[in-house]
Every structure is written in structure tokens, then in C-alpha cells.
Design a protein around this ligand. Sequence first.
Ligand code: SF4
Length: 168
Amino acid sequence: MITSEQRMRHFKDGETITIEPWRAKAFPVIKDLMVDRSAFDRIIQIGGYVSVNTGGGTDANAIPIQKDDAERSMDAAACIGCGACVAACKNASAMLFVGAKVAQFARLPQGRVEREKRARSMIAQMDAEGFGNCTNQYECSAVCPKEISLDVIATLNREYFRSAVTKR
Ligand code: SF4
């Protein structure tokens, strides 16, 4: 995968670089290159957290977690909420971002308690903010500076389906 940093290195001296603000209805331009990404904050506020009592550090370490689950969760948690995925997508979809936020909890016991409510409410907020639908263009993951995998979108879809059938 070519990162955005590597892409910049492909430019040769004298070439023209066009710089523009993130373009998405849900990211209104404030001024010049500055956009308002508070839509992401509102998606996090509606479900991107764990509100159950998880005990202290000792309790957390007493819960065995498979290495693969821990690593995948950490990979998803690397998302910095930059919005590059939205800007690169022709539909201005936020599925990679929301997928990362849901996936980081979906594999951990602490996050599973509220998983149905989380997936449902975060997707509803994503739609309310005006982000587009995912049509498998894959631009999001290609430009992501944290190399968030497309797998998180599959996880998000699974979590949403699960929430639809359990209705908790
Ligand atoms: S581009 Fe990557 S790091 Fe940035 S918001 Fe999207 S998923 Fe997160």
C-alpha cells in the first residue's frame, strides 16, 4: 500500500501540487483549508466509548484477551480522526472512520457489553451528519495515514447486522 507520505515523494521538482480543503458536505469549510470536522466528534459522543464499569487496572489485566483480538483492536484504535478517508471517497462516506471506532471495541470484552447500541447509534448519527454510503471504492483505506484496514468496514457491517437482529 502506498501511504500519502510516499505519494508526495513521487512528485518531481517543478510539478504543480493542488492543495484544497477536505471536500464533504459533512465537513463545511470554515476558511481556506480549514474545515469543521465536529461531525466526527458527534459520532463519537453518541457511542464511541465504554460506559460500563470496567474496574481498575488490575481487573482489566485479569481478563484474558486473545493476542489476535488485542492486536486488531489496537490497529483500529490507531485512527486519528483526520477525515482523509471521507475526503478521498467520491461518496464522502465515513465508513472507515466509524468502522475503526466500532471495531476497536467489538473485539474486547469491555466493549462487547454495549456493542448493539453502539453500532446502531453511530451509524444513525453518521447518516444524520450527511456522510454518503460506501460503494466499495477503497479510496479511504488507500489514503489513510494510519493504514486502517478495510476489514473494519466488514466489522461495522457485522456489528450493525447483529444490532438489527438483537434489537437491544
Ligand atoms: S483516514 Fe484513517 S486515520 Fe483518518 S479518519 Fe479515516 S480511518 Fe481515521
